[in-house]
Every structure is written in C-alpha cells, then in structure tokens.
Design a protein around this ligand. Structure first.
Ligand code: PLP
Length: 338
C-alpha cells in the first residue's frame, strides 16, 4: 500500500509472540514502536489534535503546547505537521535526550523547565505549570494537557480493534501507567469485548498511582512522580491489579529481550513484560496474554542499553536474567529460536 502522509502510517502494527514454557499460555507483543514516531503515543496525540480541531478549540495555523516526557511530544509534532499547527513542547532533563532530539528534528519548539532537578526526578508539576502559562500568553493557543484530556484514552480505540482482530480472545492485558490514558482506553475496550479479561497496570517503584510512597525513578515516560496528582484520564475501575517494578528489573528485562530475542524495547515495556511473566509463572493469568511494545530501545541507547550508565547507578541485576531464563521457553544453547 502507498500512503500520502506519514500519519497514515499510524496503527495496523504487527504482533510478535515470545515462547513460553506453559502449554496453556501465549505471550503476544503488539509492536507499537513501529508507529512513525516510534511509540503507541502517536495514536493518542493525533486523536487529541483531531478532537480539539473538531471542537473548534484550535484552528489551522494555531499553536498547541504540551508537557511531555517525549513520546507524546513526538506524536504531537507529527500531527502538528499534518494539520499545519505550531507545536511547543515543555520538557525536563528526565526525558530521554534522543526523544527531545526527535521532537526538535520534527520542528517542535523545545522549552526546558527551570530549576534544579536530579536526573531521576520528573519535573512534571513545573512542566504542566509552564505549559499552561505559555498557552495563556499566546493568543489562540491551547495546552493539550494529556493527563486530563479524554481524547488521550479515546485515542486507543483502533488499537483495541486491531488486537481483537489479530488475537481474538484476550485473557489478560498488561500495560504501564503514566497518565493512565493507554491503560484506561485499552483495558476498557478489551473488557467491553470480554468482561473476563484480567488487566494488570505497572508503574515504576517510586510512582504514586497505586498509593505507595513516592521516590525518584529512572524509567522514562511512565508513572506519576511524587508531588504530582494522578491524571483525571485514569479510570481505576478498569484495573484488576496494580503493580510496581524497580528500575533494575525493568531495564534488565529490556536488555535481556535485546540479547535473547533481538527485540529492542524501552524500559517501561521491559517492566510490563517482567510483570506479565511473573503473573504467568504464578498461575494468576494464562491463555492469550497481550502487551504493547510502548516504545523501542532505540530511544534509550545512552541509558538503559549503556552498561557504564547502569553500573554508575547500581542498576545491574544479573539474577533477573536467571529468572527470565526460567520464565521463557528457550532453545538449547547454540540452537536457533524456532
Ligand atoms: C514509553 C512509555 N511507556 C509508558 C507510558 C505511559 O502511558 P500512559 O501515559 O498512557 O499511561 C508512556 C507515556 O508517555 C511512555 O512514553
């Protein structure tokens, strides 16, 4: 098929299955990193812009502002080109540098929050304050505010339709929570189709979505940091289990998947896959277990995939590899994957 614009490449992503030892379970990963901006967020970003245009909140030639850890910003930059909009992204130093570079390459104007923050501290409160302030200063500009924007969760309707078309019955869904938009949109959609779908939401240790104490974390794009409020877009009623994952476990799982399967995933996806395998191993879930590859490891080559960076932060955990070896059905050493 030949498409006339890059945003037509959003969606219709493939699924890859990883081998499990359980006879009654299949692990399916929907490769959302194949979207043109490299993440699932392309879907919701375009949907937020379409909704704002339809509602008359923004007009071609206007300006959109968003506070983003990167992936939403990349999706907005793509959709801004499609609809002839100016895009200003408010970011902090926690965002992966490559994501910011991609936004800039796509024509986004980048504004950094001011103030001293640790490299593992997300300045989301200040980001949002600054984004709202810039939107107030520019006539006709709007702050997209993904955490409270219903079109965020609404942007995953096609993703749900695609999963059901590709997999059929979904017995378990495991996803990350940041704003909660993807979890809410996808979990709701899957439960409409099959009310028995078990949904598991994973946040970084240190994120406050499930009421645990806050502390800094390195996982990028996911979780709600201490001091922030959980987004209005998150509907807890569609989540059966809320889980936390350490940076070390999430990153080691991402590194493991790259080495064992040639699959480059980001840290948040590593964490979700680790928890899915843990639940499978405990027998809490079985059947068709589905996740997304929210974004690719290509965006974290200087952090998650840099051994020196990990070592300096105490994030190396070889025992995670042993656990993962026992949770996958791997060929004997030297044998091909299938
Ligand atoms: C890589 C990655 N994982 C997880 C999330 C969390 O998704 P959501 O905001 O839909 O909860 C994001 C959000 O930006 C992300 O970029």
């Amino acid at each position: 098929m030949i498409f006339s614009k890059v945003t037509d490449l959003i969606g219709n992503t493939p699924i890859v299955q990883l081998p499990l030892p359980q006879a009654d379970a299949r692990l399916y990963l929907k490769v959302e990193k194949n979207n043109p901006g490299g993440s699932m967020k392309d879907r919701m970003a375009r949907n937020m812009i379409v909704a704002a245009l339809k509602a008359g909140r923004i007009h071609p030639g206007g300006t959109i502002i968003e506070s983003s850890s990167g992936n939403t910003g990349i999706g907005l930059a793509l959709a801004a080109i499609e609809f002839g909009l100016r895009f200003i992204a408010v970011v902090d130093h926690h965002a992966a540098q490559d994501k910011i570079a991609i936004m800039r390459a796509l024509g986004a104007e980048i504004r950094y929050v001011k103030g001293d923050y640790g490299e593992n501290e997300v300045a989301v409160v200040e980001r949002q304050r600054m984004a709202a302030e810039i939107a107030d200063e520019i006539p006709g500009a709007i702050f997209m505010n993904q955490s409270d924007n219903a079109a965020n969760a609404g942007g995953y309707a096609d993703l749900v339709r695609e999963i059901i078309g590709q997999v059929g019955r979904v017995d378990a869904w495991v996803g990350c929570v940041g704003t909660g938009g993807s979890m809410t949109g996808i979990a709701h959609g899957l439960k409409v189709h099959n009310p028995d779908t078990i949904t598991i939401a994973v946040e970084p240790e240190g994120s406050i979505v499930f009421g645990k104490p806050g502390k800094p974390y390195y996982q990028s794009g996911t979780g709600t940091p201490d001091g922030d409020t959980v987004g209005l877009v998150l509907d807890y009623s569609c989540i059966d289990y809320g889980e936390q994952i350490s940076d070390a476990c999430a990153f080691e799982t991402a590194r493991y998947l790259a080495r064992r399967f040639g699959l480059l995933v980001g840290g948040s996806t590593g964490g979700a896959i680790y928890k899915a395998l843990d639940y499978l191993n405990q027998g809490i879930i079985s059947g068709n277990v589905v996740l997304v590859i929210a974004d690719g490891g290509e965006k974290y080559l200087h952090t998650v995939f840099n051994e020196e960076w990990l070592k300096a932060r105490g994030l190396i955990s070889p025992e995670v590899w042993d656990r993962l070896d026992s949770w996958f059905a791997l060929p004997a050493s030297g044998e091909p994957l299938s």
